[in-house]
Ligand binder design. Structure first.
Ligand code: CU
Length: 265
């Protein structure tokens, strides 16, 4: 077709698309709260994560399995497409994603109706909450309950990220374990592994949060990035990392494991 016709058609299509969009956009009431779930879909590279049975290979060429994967996500903040920010009330905002328990994979937030362009959260537990009285650390943060496996009593600190498995490369009876924490508040150490993750939602589907419907932000969490990052982690060199300066390398790597895949509106 000639250029003129092409321009007309393009213009028409653009107008049609715009008007369609306007018609479809629901009216939002920012005084009304609605559900938004955030799905943490754990994968290893291109493969789904299969606990115990899946075998994977890291950038150091070491094969490994994953027998345990747990991490805290907390302090969710969402930015609307108009730039205004909503901070989810902190006390409702601590979640422990446990690969072995499907009920933990989709934390549910209650946020004002609207469209949101970014989501951010901490991987871990903020220092303020970590040092609060036990009465303020219930539910997912209860060291005698859900958090019993994610807590160091000797420094009143949470383990933010825990990954364990087997690998022939390990010199530690064929096993590896990474227990990463550190909120920067200990007197004997200033290790701070609290990581803030911010994800753009515009490229893969802006969530349209509206009461009466459920909206889901589907994130892919690639645990292979824990090994393969700005500094590659070798199981042979570091089969066990806990409260140790090297933990910062692992935390830096895993802070890059989250990406927005799609949104179910
Ligand atoms: Cu999905």
């Amino acid at each position: 077709m000639n250029t003129k016709n092409f321009l007309y058609i393009s213009l028409f299509t653009a107008l049609f698309a715009t008007s369609c969009k306007k018609d479809d956009a629901p009216a939002y009431d920012s005084n009304v709260k609605a559900d938004l779930s955030v799905e943490f879909d754990n994968v290893v590279g291109a493969a789904d994560l299969a606990l115990n049975t899946g075998s994977y290979t890291n950038a150091a060429g070491e094969s490994f399995t994953v027998t345990k994967l747990k991490y805290y996500v907390s302090n969710f903040v969402l930015t609307r497409t108009d730039g205004t920010v909503y901070t989810v009330p902190q006390k409702d905002c601590y979640f422990l994603v446990d690969e072995s328990d499907e009920n933990t994979h989709e934390p549910l937030l209650s946020i004002p109706e609207g469209e949101y362009k970014t989501i951010s959260f901490l991987v871990g537990v903020d220092s303020l909450r970590s040092t609060m009285d036990l009465s303020q650390r219930t539910g997912n943060l209860d060291p005698a309950g859900v958090a019993s496996d994610m807590y160091w009593t000797w420094n009143s600190g949470y383990i933010f990220f825990k990954m364990e498995g087997t690998s022939p490369a390990s010199t530690m009876m064929g096993e590896y374990m990474y227990h990463i924490g550190g909120f920067g508040g200990m007197t004997s150490s200033t290790i701070n592994n609290i990581k803030k993750v911010t994800l753009d939602l515009t490229a893969r589907g802006v969530p349209q949060v509206k009461s009466g419907k459920s909206t889901n932000i589907h994130l892919m969490v690639d645990v292979l990035k824990m090994f393969n990052g700005s500094s590659n982690v070798s199981i042979a060199a570091n089969p066990m990392v806990m409260f140790d300066p090297y933990s910062t390398t692992i935390a830096n790597n895993y802070s890059a494991m989250f990406r927005h895949d799609h949104t179910e509106n």
